[in-house]
Design a protein around this ligand. Structure first.
Ligand code: OXD
Length: 318
């Protein structure tokens, strides 16, 4: 049987126009990949892959021959939780080094904001007070990075380059460990990385094992008066334990970019809490040209009968 020369896919998002946002124009006749919005699909059975960001619960139900669902972001948790996604559909994600650089920049900014007391200095400016504050050499400050995927590795490298003592919690020891970073793997890795750390930065994937992982037990490993940078997923944070840690001083404060419910509801107490720095899930975003290239490459691999390089392990959840 002659192999198909083009593969057809659909764009599925309940929150955004993926075609416009990422400039995904795959409609040219010479392209091996053709991508449509759902209303443009006349034969749902011809659709073999989907490009997704937060698809509606029923989004996949119309497509009986879906072989691959690709997230335009790094996280696949929402895709894996989608009730209409068939068990056997391959799940892929974008792996974008530029997105990792954005994430590293965001984390470094929050680290410096806390450690170099920029909030106090803003107050001093308001009071016209020339008031230099003490500082510590970066080497003496331990920072825990929870996760060593594309994002975690970029953050750890950036902070180590700034001289901080970086402790990374990872599933397995990296093949190419970076100088100046200590790696903690296996049982107890999170506790070991956090022990005595002044800051914890969370970029873990969201799985059944990592839900509520930012809890009292983990906060208590940190140095008293520590700071949390939460740029993973809202479900990682045990909110009651978090509030308790803020109230008892175990945490001085936190930077929160992700929330259980997004947008963060107007009446959520986090908004008014002066100990928190809140941003609207903007720590990073994937780069349109990388997204387009990785969609094309994964779809072509599928067309050729190969398992896409960007496919994740569905059992592991990332
Ligand atoms: C992602 C995100 O998963 O931005 O890429 O949250």
């Amino acid at each position: 049987m002659e192999q198909a020369k083009t593969i057809e896919g659909v764009l599925l998002s309940g929150t955004m126009d993926l075609k416009t946002f990422y400039g995904l124009d795959f409609t040219g006749s010479g392209s091996p990949v053709r991508l449509f919005n759902p209303h443009e699909v006349s034969d749902p059975a011809s659709i073999r892959f989907a490009v997704c960001w937060l698809p509606d619960d029923e989004a996949f139900a119309r497509y009986p021959n879906m072989e691959m669902a690709m997230s335009v972001g790094a996280g696949v948790d929402a895709l894996l939780a989608n009730p209409s996604l068939a068990e056997e559909t391959l799940v892929c994600r974008v792996r974008d080094p530029h997105q990792a650089d954005l994430m590293a920049g965001y984390a470094a900014h929050e680290v410096l904001h806390f450690l170099r007391s920029f909030a106090q200095m803003k107050d001093h400016q308001g009071a016209r007070a020339w008031n230099p504050l003490p500082m510590t050499p970066p080497k003496e400050t331990r920072i825990a990075v929870l996760g060593n995927g594309t994002m975690g590795a970029a953050i750890a490298r950036a902070l180590a380059a700034m001289g901080y003592s970086v402790a990374v919690a990872c599933r397995t020891q990296p093949e190419e460990p970076q100088a100046g970073i200590s790696y903690h793997s296996g049982t107890g890795a999170l506790d070991m990385a956090c022990k005595g750390s002044r800051i914890a930065i969370n970029v873990l994937p969201l799985t059944d094992e990592t839900e509520n992982i930012l809890n009292r037990r983990l906060f208590n490993q940190l140095e008293a008066g520590a700071w949390l940078v939460q740029i993973g997923r809202g479900e990682h944070l045990h909110e009651a334990d978090f509030t308790e840690a803020l109230d008892n001083g175990q945490l001085a404060g936190a930077t929160l970019d992700v929330f259980r419910e997004e947008p963060l509801p107007e009446n959520h107490p986090f908004w008014d809490d002066a100990r928190l720095r809140i941003t609207p899930h903007i720590a990073s975003d994937s780069t349109p040209s990388v997204v387009a290239e990785q969609i094309r490459a994964s779809a072509v691999e599928l067309l050729q009968g190969k398992r896409p390089l960007l496919a994740i392990d569905r059992h592991q959840g990332y």
